[in-house]
Write a protein that binds this ligand. Structure first.
Ligand SMILES: *Cc1c(COP(=O)(O)O)cnc(C)c1O
Length: 325
């Protein structure tokens, strides 16, 4: 396998253990992978992708990092935090969509004294044009900007989730557990892509299910990320979109709390003392619970729930403000 440049940013390995109380309630063996504990800011999945993306930025001699997301983007906040660790200058070009004001991730960005700008558009294509324009201006000033698209879900960032899958199967092996399925969120696709590729490499036949929290074509997105990431790693793996298992549990839409998500957040909080969030991980855990209720995840199955973070949004979006689908 190819050696890919990486800057260590996360505290690894993140914990992996069985959720005994949840398992007892739903009659399945549910394990959790705590990527909400990656150790930068409030933690979360984007740190693993940034280990590769910012390594490339450093290698290219870049000093400014520009990225995007919604107003409450966890990815944008974690990019800023990782840039602070590395002494690089973050600029966030956020879509003016979602909860604004000094709340959640925007509050954390204010504390980190980050240059946050807003583009009033629903379209990332419009934002990317603005990012390109800004990059040109910065280059004219003698700076070297590095641009990261939404969620860091490019093939290089996806390598971070191949690492996570390897960790999961190593930890499961050490605990004498044979994993049947890994469940993770699909928000921009890199996490699902990396987990799927890593599970094909290290998972001994385990299944992977992505829970979509927005209305994007994740089968196609994941196919491309897996195949391109495999090329970076130099592994002989290639998939088609039929190999990607995606279930849709976004309710009324991206970042709109769902009734099932609220119930899942409450179950996790009340049985395990673990916080999942209204945008990503609450809906993903709701998907896991629904698949158990429908018998798609069978009694006795060993299933891993990847907790990808998102805590900050609990302080911007009240999960009880359910929007009916
Ligand atoms: C970004 C994010 C996800 C989704 O990961 P993708 O790689 O973008 O699909 C899941 N959970 C949290 C908390 C996130 O911030």
């Amino acid at each position: 396998m190819n050696q890919v440049s990486r800057i260590p940013l996360a505290q690894l390995p993140t914990p992996f253990y069985k959720l005994n109380n949840v398992s007892a309630v739903i009659g399945r063996n549910v394990f959790i992978k705590r990527d909400d504990m990656t150790g930068v800011s409030l933690g979360g999945n984007k740190v693993r992708k940034l280990e590769y993306l910012l390594a490339e930025a450093k290698e290219q001699g870049c000093d400014v990092v520009i990225t995007t997301g919604g107003a409450q983007s966890n990815h944008a906040m974690l990019t800023a935090a990782c840039c602070r660790m590395l002494g690089m200058e973050p600029i966030l070009m956020l879509k003016k969509r979602g909860v604004m004001g000094r709340k959640g991730n925007l509050l954390l960005e204010a504390l980190m004294d980050v240059d946050v700008r807003f583009v009033d558009t629903p379209s990332y294509d419009v934002v990317y044009k603005e990012m390109d324009k800004l990059a040109e201006e910065l280059r004219a000033q003698g700076k070297k900007p590095y641009l990261i698209p939404v969620g860091g879900s490019v093939p290089l960032g996806t390598v971070g989730y191949v690492d996570c899958a390897r960790e999961i199967f190593e930890q499961a092996k050490a605990a004498n557990v044979k994993i049947d399925r890994v469940i993770c969120t699909a928000g921009s696709g890199g996490t699902l892509g990396g987990i799927l590729l890593g599970t094909m490499l290290y998972g001994e036949g385990a299944k992977v299910t992505g829970i979509a929290v927005c209305d994007d074509p994740f089968e196609e997105i994941t196919e491309e990320l897996v195949n391109e990431c495999a090329k970076i790693l130099g592994v002989d793996v290639s998939i088609t979109k039929e190999d990607v298992d995606v279930r849709r549990y976004y309710g009324a839409g991206y970042a709109l709390p769902s009734r099932e998500g609220l119930a899942a957040i409450q179950l996790m909080a009340q049985k395990e003392g673990i916080m999942v969030d209204p945008v990503y991980t609450g809906k993903t855990f709701a998907g896991l619970l629904d698949m158990c209720a429908k018998g798609e995840i069978k009694e006795g199955e060993n299933v891993v729930f990847l907790h990808s973070g998102g805590a900050a949004s609990l302080f911007a979006i009240d999960p009880e403000d359910v929007v009916e689908a």
